[in-house]
Structure formats: structure tokens, C-alpha cells
Write a protein that binds this ligand. Sequence first.
Ligand code: ADP
Ligand code: MG
Length: 201
Amino acid sequence: MDDSTKPIDDATPIDDISGLKLPRDKVYTLKEIYVYEANNIALATLKYLSATPSKKIAPFSYAWLLELHKEMLGDVWEWAAGRCRQVELTIGIKAYQIPMELKKLCDDIAFWQANKTFDIYETATRIHHRAVQIHPFLNGNGRWSRMLANIYLKQNGSMPVKWQEDLLSSVNPKRDAYIEALKLADSGDYTRLIEMHRITY
Ligand SMILES: Nc1ncnc2c1ncn2[C@@H]1O[C@H](COP(=O)(O)OP(=O)(O)O)[C@@H](O)[C@H]1O
Ligand SMILES: [Mg+2]
């Protein structure tokens, strides 16, 4: 596969297009699908990041975590958007554990907020990292996790991080450092990933 067709950090090759909602009179390249996804995600970005999102519209509840993914990708993917995957992937926890782990994440977010356990950058970082470690969906986990972190930052008075989601992986200057920071966070060291959440340009 030509690398230029890959999105910023496409770890999940799209090998099942059965749920694709686009007109079926043609075959789409990954890059074309990515553009449709980006247009869908832009609507969610407008909804959540154009002004401070209230707790009412972004409650960080279990149902909302799934709903957000559906808002981001539901115009493009029929059944895969907003639904927990039922198959194992190379990244992420076992499928049967996903609902429980997502619920735990919601409870932890509420606890961190109530107890001011971490500052907002570290909280956003931990939300992002846990969300992507769980990897609840067939695809879009990276973009959804980064959106979650950005909504949290915006809700708490900080600027969203510019991940340059509009760039393809082959030209995204942040990709390598980002993946490295995620791996470091896997080993318990959040410093590099936290740094990335502080940088708003
Ligand atoms: N070793 C890794 N290589 C690539 N992505 C990784 C790795 N570890 C974790 N990830 C996360 O997985 C995401 C890719 O998952 P995927 O579901 O395809 O999301 P998206 O479609 O939004 O890129 C990356 O954006 C990143 O957040
Ligand atoms: Mg992907």
C-alpha cells in the first residue's frame, strides 16, 4: 500500500468496508475515505471546540464517549461508528473488556476532577492515553482520543492541541514524536505526552 494514502497515524488498515456509507458506484482510495472522515470530524470539532463546551454537551460519561465517536464518523461508517468493537486488534485491550474499561475511565475522570489529582494537562494526557490504550473502536481511535483530550482542555480553559489531523502521516511532522510519547506513556512515563498537550501551536 502506498504510504501517502495513510492518515496521520493509521494503525488500523481498513480491510472491511462493508459499513461504508458512501455511494457504492465507485471504489474509494483510503485517502478519499480519509477526506470524508475529516469532513465528518470537522462538524464535531465545530460543535465541541468553537466555544467552551459545557458539562451538559460534553459530560465525559460512558454514553457520551461512544456518542462522540458516532458524531465524528457516523456519516461515513454505518455500524462501526459509536460501537465498541467485537474483534481483537493488534493495539488495544481484549474486546470483551472494553465496556468495563471505558466505564472505569469515566469514573477515574470524575475522580481526578473532583480531587484535583492532576493539573489539566496531565488529566487531558491521561484521558487521551487511556482512551487509545483501550482502543474501543475498529478505527478512528487516535482521532477520537485526541478529540477527547482537546475537549477536556477546552472545557477547562486551555487551548486545544493542534495535531494537524488534516495532514497525511507521511508529511505530519508530529507523528513520530507522538507515537514515541505514547509508547513512553505505556511504560508509565507521561512527561513527553504531557508536554505535547501543553503546546497549542
Ligand atoms: N505503535 C503505535 N503505532 C501507531 N499508532 C499507535 C501506536 N500505539 C498507539 N497508537 C494509537 O493508535 C492510533 C491509531 O488507531 P486508529 O484506530 O487507526 O485511529 P485513527 O484511525 O484515528 O488513526 C494512533 O493515532 C495512536 O493514537
Ligand atoms: Mg485508523
